[in-house]
Design a protein around this ligand. Sequence first.
Ligand code: THU
Length: 141
Amino acid sequence: MDYKELMRQAIEMRERAYTPYSGYQVGAALLSKSGTVYRGCNVENAAYSPGICAERTAFVKAVSEGEREFSAIAVIGGAAGGSLELAPPCGICRQVMREFCNPDTFEIVLGTGPEDYKVYTLSQLLPLSFGPENLEKQENV
Ligand code: THU
């Protein structure tokens, strides 16, 4: 699975976004270390805060199927009916990635399409992060 194909998967998933409130559609394709791709889109809600981002949809699908190790995620956005745009993951999604991924090796593929993307590590997008290891020495865990 190369990153061009991962980006294509994210673009395909973006079509399924449910965005009656923002009209901003996001697709994500998450590659597990086992080689399976889990795809997600954003799903909004009339009460607003229950809405979920595309990246977290993909993570929740994957983790609930038993996956725990991931190598990369491609993300793409853009207004419904408009052109594809680079969609930087929000802070909450970056933190969810941090829970399951090594920040120095997990790669985030961002751009406007399969021919135009850049690859970032999670460390680059979420420096000096707080993660599971920070709680390892707690006696109450
Ligand atoms: N959105 C995502 O799906 N991923 C992000 O990382 C940023 C924002 C969604 C949430 C909402 O449905 C829409 O984009 C506008 O904020």
